[in-house]
Design a protein around this ligand. Structure first.
Ligand code: AMP
Length: 396
C-alpha cells in the first residue's frame, strides 16, 4: 500500500489517536456477545503501548442516532479491553470537549484512554469539520485501524485526517487489505464465491467485479431467491429483490459466457411464518408453494455445496445461507462454515458480522485463513471501490 503505516512513524511520547472498530454485539444487559473486533485491534494497541505512545482510542458502537444512549456506551468494551491487555484502560464519557482534553493532557507514555461512542454526536456521521478538528486537536498523530468502517466518510474516519500532520494506517487495516488483495491478485483456482444474506444490492457489485476471477458461485439465503425468480422458478413468498431481478438475469448470462458455474440451492427448508416453532418442510428447487418462505438451504444443497467447497483452492464467503439467528434455520450456514474449515488446503476468507458469528457458532474460527472484521467494507473493497477511510490517509 502507498499509505503511511504505523510502522513508519515515531510514536514514543506522542499522543496517538487510533480510530478502531469496537462496534461489537451487545445483549440486552450490555454484555459483549462476541469480542472478535476488540481482539482484532490488539496488535496496533499493544504496539503503541509497548512503544510508549500516549494512546487514545476512539470508536462508534451501534446506531445511537446522534444522541447519548445508555445502552450504547463503550464502558463494557473498555473493561473487556483492559482484561485482554492486562492493563487499566481509562474510559471517558465523551469523545470531545474540555473534560476529554484535560484527561488527555494527563496521559503518560504507555497509558491507554478510551473515548466515548463517536456517534453520540450526529456530527460524526455528517463528517462535520469542526467536530473533526476537535478530535484531531487531542492528538499528534492519527491512525485509522477501523477497517469495518473504512467505507464510510465520517468525521472519525475521514474528516479528522485533514487536521493532523500524519494520518497512518493501522496493522489490522493493513492485514485486511493484504488478505483481500490475495483474493484478486492471482487467486489459486478453483476460486469459489459464496453469497448469502438478504441485501442483494450490496453483493451485486462484487459478483460483477469477480466474474472473471471466479470459477464457481454458490448462492444461498435471501439473495438466492432473486436469482431463482430470474430463472422463472416458483419461490412462494420467499424474500425477493424485485428491482434486481433483471440484473440477476444479466449476471446469469455473463457468468455463463465466462464459464462460471452458478449454483442456486437444490432444495429449500420452507416455513409459513418465520418463527422458531414454525412447521418446516423441505421442497425441491423451483417448487416453493405459495404462502411458504425459504429460510435455509436444504440437505441436498448442503451436500452439493460441501463438495464444491471441498474442491476449491480459494473461497470468499459473505452472508448466511439461511435465517441463522434462529437455531432451527442455521444448519446450512453452520455446514458452510464447517466445510470451509475442513478444506485446509484452501485460502478461505469470510467477511461480515453474520458470517463471523456463524464461524464462531460452528467453533471453527481458527481454521479459516482470514476472518474480515468488515462486512460492507470488504464487499466494497472487492468491488473495486476506493475506501474513503484509506484514501484520507497520508501518502508514504
Ligand atoms: P446481509 O446483511 O445482506 O448479509 O443479510 C444478513 C441477513 O440475511 C441475516 O440477518 C439473515 O437472517 C438474513 N437471511 C438469510 N437467509 C435468508 C432468507 N432465506 N430469507 C430472508 N432473510 C435471510
Amino acid at each position: 500500500m502507498n499509505k503511511l503505516s504505523l510502522r513508519d512513524i515515531e510514536v514514543k511520547d506522542k499522543k496517538v489517536l487510533v480510530r478502531v472498530d469496537f462496534n461489537v454485539p451487545l445483549d440486552d444487559n450490555c454484555n459483549i456477545t462476541d469480542d472478535t473486533r476488540i481482539r482484532a485491534a490488539l496488535p496496533s494497541i499493544k504496539y503503541l503501548i509497548e512503544n510508549k505512545a500516549k494512546l487514545i482510542l476512539v470508536s462508534h458502537l451501534g446506531r445511537p442516532k446522534g444522541k447519548v444512549n445508555e445502552k450504547m456506551r463503550l464502558t463494557p468494551v473498555g473493561i473487556r479491553l483492559g482484561e485482554l491487555l492486562g492493563v487499566k484502560v481509562t474510559k471517558l464519557n465523551d469523545c470531545v470537549g474540555s473534560e476529554v482534553e484535560k484527561e488527555v493532557d494527563k496521559l503518560k507514555s504507555g497509558d491507554a484512554l478510551l473515548l466515548e461512542n463517536t456517534r453520540f454526536h450526529k456530527e460524526d456521521k455528517e463528517n462535520d469539520a469542526r467536530f473533526s478538528q476537535s478530535m484531531a486537536n487531542l492528538a499528534d498523530i492519527y491512525v485509522n485501524d477501523a477497517f469495518g468502517t473504512a467505507h464510510r466518510a465520517h468525521a472519525s474516519t475521514v474528516g479528522i485526517a485533514m487536521f493532523v500532520d500524519k494520518a497512518a494506517c493501522g496493522f489490522l487495516m493493513e492485514k485486511e487489505i493484504k488478505a483481500l488483495n490475495k483474493l484478486t491478485e492471482n487467486p489459486e483456482k478453483p476460486f469459489t464465491l459464496i453469497m448469502g444474506g438478504a441485501k442483494l444490492a450490496d453483493k451485486i457489485p462484487v459478483m460483477e467485479k469477480l466474474i472473471d476471477k471466479i470459477d464457481t458461485m454458490l448462492l444461498g439465503g435471501g439473495v438466492a431467491y432473486t436469482f431463482c425468480k430470474a430463472k422463472n422458478w416458483i419461490i412462494g413468498d420467499s424474500l425477493v429483490d424485485e428491482v434486481s431481478v433483471e440484473v440477476a438475469k444479466e449476471i446469469i448470462t455473463k457468468m455463463r459466457k465466462a464459464r462460471v458455474e452458478l449454483h442456486t440451492p437444490l432444495d429449500h427448508v420452507v416455513v409459513q411464518k418465520i418463527s422458531e416453532d414454525a412447521q418446516t418442510i423441505t421442497t425441491e428447487r423451483g417448487a416453493v408453494p405459495a404462502g411458504w418462505i425459504g429460510v435455509d438451504i436444504g440437505p441436498q444443497a448442503i451436500e452439493e455445496y460441501e463438495t464444491e467447497i471441498g474442491l476449491s483452492k480459494t473461497v470468499f464467503w459473505n452472508g448466511p445461507v439461511g435465517i441463522f439467528e434462529m437455531d432451527r434455520f442455521a444448519n446450512g450456514t453452520i455446514a458452510i462454515a464447517k466445510a470451509l474449515a475442513n478444506n485446509e488446503d484452501a485460502y478461505t476468507v469470510v467477511g461480515g458480522g453474520d458470517s463471523i458469528a456463524a464461524v464462531n457458532k460452528a467453533g471453527v474460527a481458527d481454521k479459516i485463513s482470514h476472518i474480515s472484521t468488515g462486512g460492507g467494507a470488504s464487499l466494497e473493497y472487492l468491488a473495486g471501490v476506493e475506501l474513503p477511510g484509506i484514501a484520507a490517509l497520508t501518502e508514504k
